[in-house]
Design a protein around this ligand. Sequence first.
Ligand SMILES: Cc1ncc(COP(=O)(O)O)c(C=O)c1O
Length: 410
Amino acid sequence: MTRAKLPETGEAWETLSARMREMGARDVKWRDGRAAVYVFNAGEDVERVQKEAYAMYAAENGLGPAAFPSLRQMEADVVAFGLSLLNASEGAAGNMTSGGTDSILMAVKAARDHARARGASGKLNIVLPRSAHPAFDKAAMVMELEVRRTPLKDYLADPVAIDAATDEKTIMIVGSAPCFPYGLIDPIAALSDLALRRDLWLHVDACVGGYIAPFVRMNGADLPVFDFAAPGVSSMSADLHKYGYCSKGASTVFFRSEELRARMIFEVRDWPAGKMVTPTLAGTRPGGAISAAWAVMNFLGVAGYRAKHGEVTAAREAVEAGVRARGFEVIGAPKLGIVSFAHAGHDANALLRKMYERGWVTSAISEPKGLHLMLSPVHRGVVDRYLDDLDWAMANAGDARGAAAPRYAG
Ligand SMILES: Cc1ncc(COP(=O)(O)O)c(C=O)c1O
């Protein structure tokens, strides 16, 4: 491939913006609801707020809160909104980060430093259910921790298996609310009991659920305890750029106390340009990600989130009914926006490939082999179309049987 050359002279923005639009022509038609992964589409009203609010602070830098008290205030507000939604009591604290991976990495770092401050040394480990996100493996890789994955029970974290896998070198146990593969909320109350009994740091990964589950509960769903209401939860991750419908590059990481949050902070004093203190992994933090999050949350408010998430629930229920009618088994009892389903008589990868031919970009699971949707409000209006295309895929997938699943990432 020839390497692109920086043009000698610049081009007019009108030309460039036209070229950029053209470049996007072959991208998945997510605005039409064809993507059920990567993009959370809450509609044009939210998209407009995201863009305009991002642009207002696109040049500002969250690295300098003294220079930008605006961003400091917006981050403080966003963190406060999240803490309240997740039932954190007075004294809990948190920060905005660039995404779920960043939030998880910082929580693991805080847990590790907390354990070290209490005398832990040598090869430390984290214990997590098989369904927890690979971001924990990434954190463990960076910090040279051992990862102990435990088997699931009915697709959920098994507290007994987690208990058995821990030892005096364990710095963290994990539950998801929900996990990505199945969209199911782990038994956080039982994990919390375990954490209290064994004096362990429990992290709840609510990257997907943190900004949908509270509102789905307000809408009347019977959800198990999954947040700081469980007394053994030490930290949580909750992504604004997922079901918070904020611009990308925005997540939150929360701690039960300021003392625990302090373990996350990075500080170097001995450096020619003075001291450097950052709360999270990033140095420069895009002001736009902070301002867009603040704007979207205030734009939607509780009523707006309840309405948008009500549409997600309606879409999920319609998908569940539709796929069951076609002979699929829905994995577990999902209550939020992710649903996975498998069919004994159909190869999931072959179906996925056929659906891709019809413009659908969605995910798959491998245990068992099945299809996976992460639904947004926009999907409520396209469920019938999805199911029609699924009928077509089931009728025509024979030629794709045995094919590898399409790869969108990496
Ligand atoms: C449960 C869960 N945790 C963490 C992450 C990582 O988030 P990010 O992609 O924002 O780094 C994801 C991403 O899908 C997720 O589903």
